[in-house]
Ligand binder design. Structure first.
Ligand code: ATP
Length: 341
């Protein structure tokens, strides 16, 4: 008997609902403060209550997961709250490739892999004194856009950085990553690669809604200028995006290239769900500023199936259910080791 387990946050609901739909036992590692929330959902079979998610590393938690022959589905919360070393030390089999999560968390490694995949990227700016155009300044890891800011010069950079340090949002010794700002339509491209079928599937696209940068468009520029607060890119939610069909071919090529690059750089490759994140400019040219090497929360908008999956599957298929299907197929074929690390 295999169980599917995940941490109670991010996309846990669709992951566990998808598992249940596939007839697999579901386990949620749940912070005590969220017990009431998750108990509302009947498809969660078992809660492992913890004070904090790092307890997933403890013997007690791992034992329960092992007894249930669990596969752990990693998502953004795991990456945000644990170091790469901690994630790699988890004994429970992790769906996909846990080694590639380090490449997502480390900006330098991330850039290397994106370059290998031939993804067009915004130019990195190595030193604040080299800022000449509009740039975006980011923190390390998956910070979800919190504490990010834009700057147009070194002076502007220092003023905003100092302000965020004063507010306690970033720390003084934190190394920040500067990148040219790419203007256009944001698109987060969601994929699934099956090592069982050796096939890439395009699941869908979404847009993120980020506060309070997005709200600025509703405020006249005179008032914007009077407001001295540094706007942030904190994700609040996601909404669906359907691309022009003429863009799809390039989308698949980018996905294929990424899978190939991951195979070369970080064995066993980019197995399972992943996302390439970027911007389409006025000429429909895509620039990618980021990837996520695991399920993204943007897939939550398609809990009943995405437009593109309705073309591939004759049944409602969420990303959570797709993951569970892969686990079920692997289990039946005695190939769980092919889809977990
Ligand atoms: P995640 O939660 O996906 O791991 P993250 O903390 O790694 O996020 P990014 O996805 O790189 O951060 O950036 C957060 C947001 O900042 C993006 O959703 C986008 O709105 C904006 N952004 C990032 N880089 C750029 C860029 N080069 N040009 C324009 N906007 C950008």
């Amino acid at each position: 008997m295999t169980a599917i387990a995940t941490l109670g946050s991010h996309c846990a609901l669709q992951v566990l609902k998808g598992a249940k739909d596939e007839g697999i036992k579901t386990i949620l590692v749940c912070e005590k403060k969220r017990e009431k929330l998750y108990k509302r959902f009947p498809f969660i079979d078992e809660l492992i209550l913890v004070d904090s998610f790092v307890e997933v590393l403890d013997q007690k938690c791992q034992q329960t997961l092992e007894q249930n022959d669990s596969v752990l589905i990693p998502h953004g919360t795991l990456i945000a709250q644990m170091s790469s070393e901690q994630i790699e030390s988890i004994k429970t089999p992790i769906f996909g490739n846990k080694w590639i999560l380090r490449w997502e968390a480390d900006r330098e490694k991330k850039e290397q892999l994106m370059r290998e995949a031939n993804l067009p990227m915004p130019r990195p700016v190595l030193n604040p004194n080299e800022i000449s155009n509009l740039v975006i300044v980011k923190r390390q890891g998956a910070a979800g856009g919190k504490g990010y800011f834009m700057a147009t010069s070194e002076e502007d950079y220092n003023t905003k950085r100092n302000e965020l340090i004063l507010q306690g949002i970033i720390s003084k010794d934190e190394s920040l990553y500067i990148q040219e700002y790419a203007a256009g339509v944001l698109a987060y491209l969601q994929f699934f690669y099956s090592p069982l079928k050796e096939e890439l599937e395009f699941f869908g696209a979404d847009q993120r809604h980020e506060s309070d940068i997005e709200g600025l468009a509703r405020i006249p520029s005179e008032q914007q200028l009077k407001n001295k607060k540094v706007p942030s890119f904190n994700v609040i939610g996601n909404s669906p995006l359907v691309l022009r069909e003429s863009l799809l071919d390039e989308v698949y090529t980018m996905g294929d290239n990424f899978v190939e690059a991951a195979k070369k750089r970080v064995a066993p490759g980019m197995n399972g769900p992943f996302c390439i994140e970027g911007v389409y400019d006025e000429n429909a040219k895509f620039t990618s500023f980021e990837f996520s090497a695991r399920i993204v929360a943007g897939t939550n908008i398609y809990m009943d199936g995405s437009p593109y999956y309705s073309l591939l599957y004759n049944e409602p298929m969420s990303m959570g259910k797709r993951i569970a299907r892969e686990i079920k197929n692997a289990k039946e074929a005695n190939q769980l080791d092919k889809i977990t690390t």
